[in-house]
Design a protein around this ligand. Structure first.
Ligand SMILES: Cc1cc2nc3c(=O)[nH]c(=O)nc-3n(C[C@H](O)[C@H](O)[C@H](O)COP(=O)(O)OP(=O)(O)OC[C@H]3O[C@@H](n4cnc5c(N)ncnc54)[C@H](O)[C@@H]3O)c2cc1C
Length: 409
């Protein structure tokens, strides 16, 4: 077995040679390449990078090579991630299936389920959406009502009901969904985790318009949608436990946006406009030490120092939690803590940035301001939504209180 130092050097060399320079810059949401039947590239570099990483199995370096992964051990897989981050390489494919469903399929899926779903994901042919939330079941997810009943043959479930806030359901090929297979059992116990082909007859997808216009959200309706029994992941009635595992992966992915999730600005990028603002103030309001200007400067300095220190502390803690995960320790508690911290810190960072940029920080489109300024405004708004997605901040606090601190309910 190759030693880690040599493996790191060879990985860096390969990435330098194969990741096009244009894809070693910060990515915007619009530039993300999503896998699936609607896979499309904006340019030749994106296609090349996608194909090279696919051939190497590095969409998921730690998955078994027989299922399309890279076949690396946990330490080597982490080295690939670290080197990609260090060299600024973009993710070649974005796919909920890889971050969230895949690890659960590897742990609990039958061999047939793994072959059916993981291999096409590794080829970039399958895009997944998440069918958990319902109109009356968000934070209280176990109240979900979408039902799945066995048909007369006993070989298929018939699904009826509706899912809401399903991100990109209109572009997804498959959905992993929570459905109620037993309405007489206690809330959490009658739920099963099912893999549903979005092309099945009886599925209607309606995009949801928000106050700002078109959104990625959809509502999905199920009208007697037939799904084979073999598409239940884990045991029937055990879906709640499967979902908890999946949510742990979702929260882990959301707790470090820069490694797979939404694009983010580095905390240091926030510092520059803050320092410029402070310098501008110093020139305009000398001496800065007195009056309102001084107070404002002090507040700005403190906010900037907090953002930078929080980012630094988060980065170090993130490394520790990754090591715990690699050592096989249970990180369900840390995943909630990290999700809460990261999403709240993102909001604080973008609020500081928009505050300092003033009107420029609120620009959404048009030629008057730069694309980067539009991106900051969009990221600011998006950062708020991530404190809700994957379980709101209040829900994470409840989980931490109960499961990490052992406080009474
Ligand atoms: C960007 C984004 C993407 C999403 N994508 C998906 C997706 O792909 N698939 C999917 O299934 N869902 C998705 N969701 C939905 C998301 O999971 C829910 O919005 C979330 O779980 C909250 O549920 P809710 O909207 O029904 O709010 P509610 O549960 O009604 O909560 C309303 C408010 O009450 C608070 N609250 C609720 N219960 C408690 C409590 N016990 N203690 C303290 N406070 C509480 C909440 O924190 C929140 O502030 C997405 C949401 C967002 C924002």
């Amino acid at each position: 077995m190759q030693d880690n130092k040599t493996f790191r050097a060879e990985t860096a060399q390969w990435l330098e040679a194969n990741c096009p320079a244009s894809l070693r810059t910060p990515i915007t949401s619009a530039e993300m390449v999503w896998g699936g039947s609607q896979l499309a590239f904006d340019n030749e570099d994106q296609r090349l990078w996608f194909e090279r990483m696919r051939e190497r199995g590095w969409f998921a370096p730690g998955w078994p090579a027989a299922l399309g992964g890279g076949g690396l051990n946990a330490r080597q897989a982490r080295i690939v991630e670290e080197e990609m981050a260090r060299l600024g390489c973009r993710q070649p494919q974005y796919n909920l299936g890889i971050w969230m469903l895949g690890p659960v399929l590897l742990e609990l899926g039958t061999e047939a389920q793994q072959r059916e779903h993981l291999i096409p994901m590794m080829q970039g042919r399958l895009r997944w959406c998440q069918g958990f939330s319902e109109p009356n079941a968000g934070s209280d997810l176990a109240s979900l009502k979408t039902s799945a009943k066995l048909d007369a043959s006993g070989e298929n479930y018939l699904i009826n009901g509706s899912k809401i806030w399903t991100s990109d359901a209109d572009k997804a090929d498959w959905m992993y969904a929570l459905v109620r297979t037993d309405s007489s059992a206690r809330k959490q116990q009658g739920i099963s985790f099912m893999l549903v082909d979005m092309k099945s007859p009886g599925i209607t997808v309606k995009p949801i318009e928000l106050i700002g216009g078109k959104s990625g959200f959809c509502q999905v309706f199920f009208d007697n949608v037939s799904t084979p029994v073999r598409q239940v992941l884990g045991a029937v009635g055990e879906g709640w436990n499967v979902a908890k595992k999946l949510l742990q992966h979702e929260r882990a992915a959301m707790s470090k946006f820069t490694e797979g999730g939404a694009p983010s600005h580095d905390a240091l990028a926030v510092a520059r406009p803050c320092l410029q603002a402070l310098a501008g103030q110093a020139q305009a309001q000398a001496p800065l030490q007195s009056g309102a200007g001084a107070a404002q400067a002090a507040v700005l300095r403190e906010r900037l120092a907090t953002v930078l220190m929080d980012a630094q502390a988060f980065g170090l803690t993130h490394v520790r939690v990754k090591e715990q995960a690699m050592a096989g320790q249970d990180i369900s508690g840390p995943a909630s803590i990290m999700k809460l911290l990261q999403t709240e810190q993102e909001v604080a960072k973008y609020e500081l940035l928009t505050h300092v940029l003033g009107q420029r920080g609120l620009s959404w489109q048009g030629d008057e301001f730069s694309a980067d300024e539009h991106a900051i405004c969009r990221s600011w708004l998006l950062s708020k939504s991530y404190t809700i997605a994957g379980g709101s901040s209040e829900v994470q606090l409840n989980i931490i209180a109960k499961r990490v601190l052992g406080l009474p309910g």
